[in-house]
Design a protein. Structure first.
Length: 287
């Protein structure tokens, strides 16, 4: 394998892995605060990519403004999830809550298919062109994705470790009754968690759409890749979630470069199974 091919393989893996890391980071926030997993999560990412495409191509908004709108939209969707879908079933069995979230994911997926169609659409890169790395072209979009992921994980870690909101999130998760006695609104904390989680999903969907196209049947695969990244990195580690995403992206890239793309999902899900069997706490989890 030539140096150029190796660089392209690594760049592709890190790019995909950074997006998986963003999705895993959203899973991490949600699970840390609510002990819930949203398996309709990927539908929000795909929807965000399609809305971003409309904002930039149809309305001709600059990408940075579309990025802000998408993040705010993701936050709003998360608040709506918490208030109108989970609030009515909050005191029911956790499986009922998970099924409700899966159901809304299916509804969202079919809704955007009706509006935009089922065929994936090409989306413009934030910055066209590529930079040469050891003779191999690495797109500026890949650099955008990596940079946004790094900023996101550092911001989330700071928020969870050093702010009152972050401490409220952890407190409400570990002991809801004690949190209520301390004046913390568990309902509001859940809203914050869902808002941040959906904002990260929307961000991931927008930044990856210029590379993988916007729309199509990618909701469930994105959900599973985000979940797999979280398991591999560790359910309670924000940095571990992103590292898990990078590892999964590199595994997929190496698989495609060596034995072909048809085996990519088989290999990645096999790795997830191995982690669940032999390292369920992840690389950075507490045993």
């Amino acid at each position: 394998m030539s140096v150029e091919s190796l660089v392209l393989l690594l760049a592709t893996g890190v790019t995909k892995g950074a997006v998986y890391g963003l999705l895993a980071l959203g899973f991490h926030i949600l699970y840390t605060a609510t002990r819930m997993l949203h398996f309709g999560y990927g539908s929000v990412a795909v929807l965000a990519g399609l809305i971003a495409l409309t904002l930039t191509n149809t309305l001709h908004l600059p990408f940075w403004l579309a990025l802000i709108i998408i993040i705010l939209l993701g936050w709003t969707v998360g608040q709506a999830h918490n208030k109108w879908i989970l609030a009515p079933v909050r005191n029911r069995d956790p499986w009922i809550q998970m099924i409700a979230l899966m159901a809304i994911g299916i509804v969202v997926e079919n809704a955007y298919a009706l509006i935009w169609g089922k065929i994936p659409k090409a989306a413009p890169a934030f910055t066209p062109g590529a930079i040469s790395v050891l003779g191999a072209p690495v797109s500026y979009q890949s650099l955008w994705i990596i940079g946004i992921t790094v900023v996101s994980v550092l911001a989330i870690k700071w928020l969870l470790d050093y702010t009152l909101m972050g401490k409220s999130l952890r407190g409400a998760s570990n002991n809801p009754l004690a949190a209520r006695l301390m004046g913390i609104s568990v309902m509001s904390v859940g809203g914050y968690a869902y808002g941040m989680s959906m904002a990260l999903a929307a961000l991931g969907g927008m930044v990856i759409s210029p590379i993988t196209f916007a729309g199509g049947q990618f909701a469930f695969p994105l959900t599973m890749k985000g979940f797999a990244s979280l398991v591999m990195g560790g359910m309670f580690s924000p940095i571990g979630a992103v590292i898990g995403g990078l590892l999964l992206g590199l595994i997929e890239s190496v698989t495609v470069g060596t034995i072909g793309s048809r085996y990519m999902d088989v290999v990645s899900m096999s790795v997830l199974l191995l982690f669940l069997l032999f390292r369920p706490h992840g690389l950075f989890g507490v045993e």
